[in-house]
Write a protein that binds this ligand. Structure first.
Ligand code: SF4
Ligand code: SF4
Length: 441
């Protein structure tokens, strides 16, 4: 968070701390979040390709059946939300939520357009200026909605594929319909709904109530007794609040997203009167202020009791599990099963054969080959195929035969091992199997 100092609550304090700059800090974080939001689907850092049933995380292409990695990813995200909510309250809402970021941007753009039109077209009537402002705002909102809907849909449909559908004005396929519907919803949201969504629909604010406790970071108004109140009733804290609330009534209002805009507003107003601000980030309603130098660093970063430490530890545990699972992942996965529909059979050359089913998935970005070797003490046994190719992103099911001449072996069951070497990467696997040699008829 922004550089935070701890002003004394005593009015008239000579050593007045600097105004806490949360607005600029939030806008910088918002800008970084927008860059990340736009970059993620194009860089495959985080994307879910529904048509191909692929999940992309940190540049790795995961298949829908890679349960371990998906499990660790989901659990990590779940505990990240839980830990962030428990420690820092609604920090996600105020600093990183796309709905809040674009709602605030929409309000700011509308305000700028209105002021620009009023300044440059003062000769026109008020009605015409209002119409022109609305027209420009809705037009710019439509363009922005198309772009954002494209980015959002790219999280679920490959961006080049989606662009192709857009160029052909495809509103017939699922991807095209999803893009058109998302554009419409995004436009209606930015033009009309905005922060109303946070107040009335979003379940995260309610989830917050369940996860927060007496030590969760809050925005709190602290003033003296009735006769010594430092508040000058300027109401700037109310005017800057995008959620339209008065923080002086209670720090537990469901609409409050803990953005800190009112903290900065009050600091600014009272600094002119050489007084410290009355609104602060604090650890719970009665707790210390954020950044208090009197506390140890663990408490200052929010780890204020064992419960918080445990949740943070579980979050880190799942993150470590995700990293280990990703590092152990091989792009080419080979599975081998004996074909026991028929224990043995004869091939066109009259040899006795046992069949083995190879299922090979190539989850990598380049074509792969799998070399197969037979390990056995019986020199009479040999493979009829020793190489299988799989295109990038493809799957192959191939039946491989281990064969011997009709009188090459005595009747019985022989231990064999099928070794595979996948390229690129020279990934080796071994599959112990048995070869069944029938009695002569
Ligand atoms: S900005 Fe500060 S002084 Fe002004 S009304 Fe709000 S709390 Fe009172
Ligand atoms: S009351 Fe203050 S912290 Fe809460 S949403 Fe409004 S401006 Fe942000």
């Amino acid at each position: 968070m922004a550089t935070v100092t701890t002003p004394s609550s005593a009015p008239g304090n000579a050593a007045l701390p600097p105004v806490r700059q949360y607005h600029k800090f939030r806008k910088t974080i918002h800008f970084i979040c927008v860059l990340i939001f736009v970059a993620l689907p194009f860089s495959n850092l985080m994307r879910f390709d529904i048509p191909r049933q692929r999940f992309y995380v940190f540049g790795q292409e995961l298949w829908i059946n890679e349960f371990a990695i998906l499990f660790f990813t989901l659990m990590f995200l779940l505990f990240t939300i839980a830990a962030a909510s428990m420690l820092y309250g609604r920090v996600y809402c105020s600093y990183a939520c796309p709905q809040m970021i674009f709602s605030e941007a929409s309000l700011a753009v509308e305000d700028r357009i209105r002021r620009w039109v009023n300044k440059h077209f003062i000769q026109l009537s008020a009605g015409v200026r209002t119409f022109a402002s609305k027209f420009l705002f809705y037009a710019s909102g439509l363009v922005a909605s198309m772009f954002l809907a494209f980015v959002f849909t790219s999280y679920f449909v490959e961006p080049r594929d989606l662009l192709g559908r857009l160029m052909t004005l495809d509103i017939v396929t699922a991807g095209g319909i999803a893009g058109a519907v998302t554009t419409l919803i995004t436009f209606l949201d930015f033009a009309f709904v905005r922060t109303r969504f946070c107040k009335m629909i979003c379940p995260y604010g309610y989830l917050q109530g369940m996860l927060s406790d007496k030590q969760t970071l809050l925005v709190v108004y602290r003033d003296g007794e009735e006769k010594q109140k430092a508040c000058i009733e300027c109401k700037k804290c109310v005017r800057v609040c995008h959620m339209g609330i008065d923080i002086r009534k209670s720090p537990f209002q469901i609409e409050c997203i803990h953005c800190g805009e009112c903290v900065e507003a009050c600091d600014e107003v009272l600094a002119k009167l050489k007084k410290p601000g009355l609104i602060h980030y604090t650890w719970g309603e009665q707790g210390a202020m954020l950044g208090s130098k009197e506390e140890g660093w663990l408490r200052r970063i929010g780890l204020r009791d064992p419960k918080r430490a445990v949740v943070s530890f579980i979050m880190l545990f799942y993150f470590a599990g995700l990293m280990v699972a990703l590092s152990m992942r091989h792009p080419v996965q080979v599975r081998v099963q004996p074909d026991r529909a028929t224990l043995y059979t004869s091939n066109a050359q009259g040899e006795t054969t046992n069949k083995f089913r190879f299922n090979i998935d190539n989850r990598g970005s380049v074509d792969a080959t799998v070399a197969i070797q037979l390990e056995t003490r019986e020199s009479a046994l040999h493979l009829t195929t020793d190489r299988v190719s799989v295109t990038s992103g493809g799957s192959v099911m191939e039946t491989i035969e281990v064969a011997t001449a009709p009188d090459g072996l005595k009747p019985g069951v022989y231990s064999i091992t099928l070794h595979t070497v996948s390229e690129p990467g020279a990934i080796k696997s071994s599959f112990p199997m048995t070869f069944v040699m029938p009695k002569k008829k």
